[in-house]
Design a protein around this ligand. Sequence first.
Ligand code: NAD
Length: 284
Amino acid sequence: MTTNVSIIGLGLIGGSLALALKRNPEIVITGFDRSYKSADEAYRRGIIDSVAPSVKAAAKEADYLIFAVPVAATAQLLHEAVLWDMKPSVIVTDTGSTKQPIMSAAKGLISKGITFIGGHPMAGSHKSGISAAIEHLFENAYYVLTPPESCPPDDLERLTSLLTVTQGKLAVLDASEHDRMTAVVSHFPHIIASSLVNLLASQEQRQPFVRRLAAGGFRDLTRIASADPVMWRDITVQNKEELIGQLDRWLSEMQTVREMLKNNDPGSIQQFFDEAKQFRDHLP
Ligand code: NAD
């Protein structure tokens, strides 16, 4: 018996998910992307079994429908999906980096009796597009699922079992809990990385040589500033409340560091680095 999985958005995440799901020989994958070039590459590389002519056509035959498009597009498509013809037993999920706005956008679909379970595979790259897709992307990474309260336990079980082949560590979280935690560990670091790079760019106007000195530490810390700006615009806007809170806490922390320097207080400065080192050294 075959299982039809339709993936909307054949970029880094959609392509990698298709590659991982194809480890299960019973899965047949239909793909759709608004970029014909991406869909064509996914088909030619054997990442998907067929290309759907439209998003609605991809949804129609699906047993599982996975949105792997940027979060603003996911919210838009979830609103539109209320009018689509789909199997009553379909399970709809997504891969977006924010969860509360996505769960809100899915309310219409859920009240129509369709199962929607939010998803976020917490693995990725600063690269994007189908050419960056790799089969083992999700291995050993957390794959968070955010079912609504009304979700039938059997459906959560079905989706979990479908995703087992990714070899990700599946975890169920509340959507707001997810957004609070990812603000700290993922979204906020993107703002800091980009601001450090912008700071370097502005200093370069006065000191052109500074670019050449931006080696090791600076590169490590700012790698994620090379990620897709449109994707990160959408994530930042969707998680803005959490990010504003995080920025306030960070500004207050920076103010404390500023005071330590102004007061010429080496003991406190060492303690600042010491506490961070202790915690960082014990991260898994
Ligand atoms: P990507 O840019 O590599 O791929 C997105 C694909 O979606 C592109 O091929 C694009 O053409 C297509 N697309 C955009 N709008 C569309 C629409 N309306 N209809 C059909 N196709 C459309 O992005 P990605 O890195 O694969 O990210 C996809 C999702 O996964 C995002 O929601 C992102 O938040 C999430 N995510 C990303 C990462 C990461 O590190 N990149 C990690 C985990 C989750």
